[in-house]
Design a protein around this ligand. Structure first.
Ligand code: RIB
Length: 280
């Protein structure tokens, strides 16, 4: 194994988040309460979650040479993520515009910018013990990286879209929410498929058959942004380490529940072992 455990290939965004009482209807204008600029991108969030869960983690992706790119690189570095695989490119750093209502629910629009130019070559990606991807970088790039990967490969099929069957076939783990599952209309043919169910927890399939279901603990929801990313990182690491699938799913749900209790896309987390149910 190289000196990192987990490599995340994917998006790095600056999140511009408005907190408001309720979401506007189509054609409606509503007042916002606060506006915050912070760190995001499904890829970068998953990298930071993996690092906070205790894995030695590297990020591969792209940011612009603009101040937002510098801020996002610094934040990854400060979170303990190896950023040698992050390329500076001549495009604006990816930006996400997010609305978060009083129930903690969110709506997000992403302008990919530099994420369209994420670099797909390099030993880091090929040799990763655990490689995690999402779909905020071009699908052909994800497919190329997955085809070359030699380790455990996890795909978070978010945002919702169709992907080539060869990419699905390479998945040791495919993670989706219910919207994404409907858009994809498929499961991982030979690996695990996890479907997150929001407050109802998550389920895990193998060979099209449900093998585990875990409830989400009842907690006070502050912000759901980034909770799915923390879940993905936790489940990928736990399964790659050989944890029993039910134990891994329960631990990932606990991580997700921890994440929703904190504002922003990069919640503080404990090492993964902290979330391991004691029965395993
Ligand atoms: O998964 C949450 C992330 O989705 C946000 O941080 C935002 O950047 C979007 O990419």
């Amino acid at each position: 194994m190289s000196d990192v455990d987990v490599v995340v290939f994917g998006s790095i965004n600056e999140d511009v988040t408005v907190h408001l009482a309720r979401m506007p209807e189509a054609g409606e204008t509503v007042g916002g309460r606060t506006l915050q600029t912070g760190c995001g991108g499904k890829g970068a969030n998953q990298a930071v979650a993996a690092a906070r869960l205790g894995a030695r983690t590297a990020m591969v992706g792209s940011v612009g040479t603009d101040p937002a790119g510098r801020r996002q690189l610094d934040a990854l570095h400060d979170a303990g993520v190896d950023t040698t695989g992050v390329r500076l490119v001549g495009a604006a750093t990816g930006t996400a515009l997010a609305l978060v209502d009083d129930d903690g629910e969110n709506r997000i629009v992403v302008v990919p910018g530099a994420n369209e130019l994420a670099p797909t070559n390099g030993d880091l990606l090929r040799d990763a013990a655990v490689l995690i991807c999402q779909l905020e970088v071009p699908v052909p790039a994800v497919a190329a990286v997955a085809a070359a990967a030699s380790g455990f490969f996890a795909l978070n099929a978010a945002p919702a879209m169709a992907v080539p069957s060869a990419l699905l076939a390479r998945c040791d783990l495919l993670v989706m929410n219910e919207t994404e599952r409907d858009a994809l209309g498929a499961i991982a043919p030979s690996g695990y498929t996890a479907v997150t169910l929001g407050a109802a927890g998550a389920l895990l399939l193998r060979d099209g058959r449900e093998i585990a279901r875990a409830a989400a603990p009842r907690v006070e929801v502050v912000d759901t942004i980034g909770a799915g990313d923390a879940f993905v990182a936790a489940l990928a690491i736990a399964l790659a380490r050989g944890w029993d699938p039910r134990t891994a799913l329960e631990a990932a749900c606990l991580v997700g529940a921890d994440a929703v209790q904190h504002p922003g896309a990069r919640p503080p987390l404990h090492p993964l072992e902290h979330y391991r149910p004691s029965s395993d």
